[in-house]
Design a protein around this ligand. Structure first.
Ligand SMILES: *Cc1c(COP(=O)(O)O)cnc(C)c1O
Length: 362
C-alpha cells in the first residue's frame, strides 16, 4: 500500500507525528493484548487507567510541574474554558485582568462578561489589528488572576516572555503552543490547551490547575463545570474521550523519548520558524503581518502583494503537496502552522516553493 502524505500546515486540527499515527494503526485492533480496540475498552479498565496515568506523568515531567499542580482532561474545548475559568476562579465582586491579543482572548473576555463577571482589559493590541504583544502591561495587584493567550493562532503573535504579574496568578490559554518550548510553570495558577493544535486530535482540553486555584471553586456550580469534579476523580467522573487521551499519551511519549524533551523541541521549532521568517524578511514580495518582536514560532501569518496572487499561491502550493496554508477566514492571507509535528523537511519544502513562486510571479 503506497502512502500519500502531504506537508500539513493546518492550524487545527493539525499534523500529528507520523510515528504516533503508525503506532495507532499497529495497535488499533488489539490494544495491549486485550483483544479490543482502544475505542472499545472501558474507561474503568486497568489498561485505560494505565495509559491515563502514564500521560499525566509524562506531562508533569515534560513541563516540570511540582506536586501542587493537577492535570485534568475536560471536554468542550478551549472554548468551554473561556467560561469555566471565570466561573471557578473569579468570585462575584472580584475582578480579573485580561490582555486582549485578538480573536481568542477577545472571546475569553466576552465569555467572562456574559457571565456577569468583572473583567478589566489590562492591555490590548487592538489599535493595530493585534499585530503585536503589548509591552509590560500594568496589572492590578488585586486581580483574582491575569489571563493571557500565550500564542495567537489567528494573528500570528506569541508572548516571547511571559509578563510579570507579581503575586497575581497567571492564567493562560496555551492551546496553540503548549509543549512547543520550555517555560517556568510556577507563576501559573491555571493553564488550558485544546488538544487539537499541538498535542493530539480534537476532543479534549488539557487543564493544569494549581491547588490554590482548585480551593477557589464554588460549590454551587453544575457538576460538570467544576474543576474539582475532574481533580477529585482523576478526570474519570464520567466517560472521557478515551481515544483522544490515548493519542495525547502517544504524542507525549514521542516528545519525551524520540524528540528528547521540550528543550530539543524548542530548538527545532526555532529553526523551523527562522527558515520562514528569513524568507519573508529577504523578500519584497511576501510580507509578514506580525511585528518582528512579537512573531509566533507556531503560526506564521503573511500576505502576498494582491489577493489574486494569494489565491494562486494557495492553489499551486496545494498542487505541490503543501496543504493548509490559507489564513483564518476572519483575516485572509496565508498562514503556515509549524506545530511540533511539522517536520523540518516540510518547512524546507515550503520555503523552497515560496522562493520558486516568487521568482516566477514577483
Ligand atoms: C483553537 C483555539 C481555541 C479554540 O479551541 P476549541 O478547542 O475549538 O474550543 C482557543 N484558543 C486558542 C489560542 C486556539 O488556538
Amino acid at each position: 500500500m503506497s502512502l500519500h502524505r502531504i506537508h500539513n500546515f493546518n492550524a487545527g486540527p493539525a499534523a500529528l507525528p507520523l510515528p504516533v499515527l503508525e503506532e495507532i494503526r499497529e495497535s488499533f485492533l488489539d490494544f495491549q493484548g486485550t483483544g479490543m480496540s482502544i475505542t472499545e475498552i472501558s474507561h474503568r479498565s486497568k489498561p485505560f487507567d494505565g495509559l491515563l496515568n502514564d500521560a499525566i506523568e509524562r506531562l508533569r515531567r515534560l513541563l516540570g510541574l511540582d506536586a501542587r499542580y493537577k492535570v485534568l482532561f475536560i471536554q468542550g474545548g478551549a472554548s468551554l474554558q473561556f467560561a469555566m475559568v471565570p466561573l471557578n476562579l473569579l468570585a462575584d465582586g472580584a475582578s480579573a485582568d485580561y490582555v486582549d491579543t485578538g480573536t481568542w482572548s477577545t472571546k475569553a473576555i466576552q465569555e467572562a462578561r456574559l457571565l456577569g463577571k468583572r473583567v478589566r482589559v489590562a492591555a490590548s493590541s487592538q489599535d493595530r489589528d493585534f499585530a503585536y504583544i503589548p509591552k509590560a502591561p500594568a496589572f492590578d495587584p488585586q486581580a483574582a488572576y491575569a489571563h493571557i493567550t500565550s500564542n495567537n493562532t489567528i494573528k500570528g503573535t506569541q508572548w516571547a516572555d511571559f509578563p510579570d504579574t507579581g503575586a497575581v496568578p497567571l492564567v493562560a490559554d496555551m492551546s496553540s503552543d503548549i509543549l512547543s518550548r520550555t517555560f517556568d510553570a510556577r507563576p501559573f495558577g491555571l493553564i488550558y490547551a485544546g488538544a487539537q493544535k499541538n498535542i493530539g486530535p480534537a476532543g479534549v482540553c488539557l487543564v493544569i490547575a494549581r491547588e490554590d486555584m482548585l480551593a477557589r471553586v464554588p460549590a454551587g456550580l453544575p457538576t460538570m463545570l467544576r474543576y474539582t469534579t475532574f481533580s477529585e476523580k482523576n478526570s474519570l467522573y464520567n466517560t472521557p474521550p478515551c481515544f483522544t487521551i490515548y493519542t495525547v499519551g502517544l504524542v507525549l511519549k514521542w516528545l519525551e523519548e524520540t524528540v528528547g524533551g521540550l528543550a530539543a523541541m524548542e530548538a527545532l521549532n526555532r529553526r523551523k520558524a527562522a527558515l520562514i521568517y528569513r524568507t519573508l524578511d529577504a523578500s519584497g514580495f511576501y510580507r509578514g503581518t506580525a511585528d518582528a518582536d512579537s512573531r509566533s514560532r507556531m503560526n506564521v501569518t503573511f500576505r502576498l502583494p494582491t489577493p489574486e496572487l494569494e489565491a494562486a499561491f494557495l492553489v499551486e502550493a496545494q498542487a505541490n503537496g503543501l496543504g493548509g496554508l490559507k489564513g483564518h477566514r476572519s483575516v485572509g492571507g496565508c498562514r503556515a502552522s509549524l506545530y511540533n509535528a511539522v517536520t523540518l523537511e516540510s518547512v524546507t519544502a515550503l520555503v523552497d516553493f515560496m522562493a520558486e513562486f516568487e521568482r516566477r510571479k514577483g
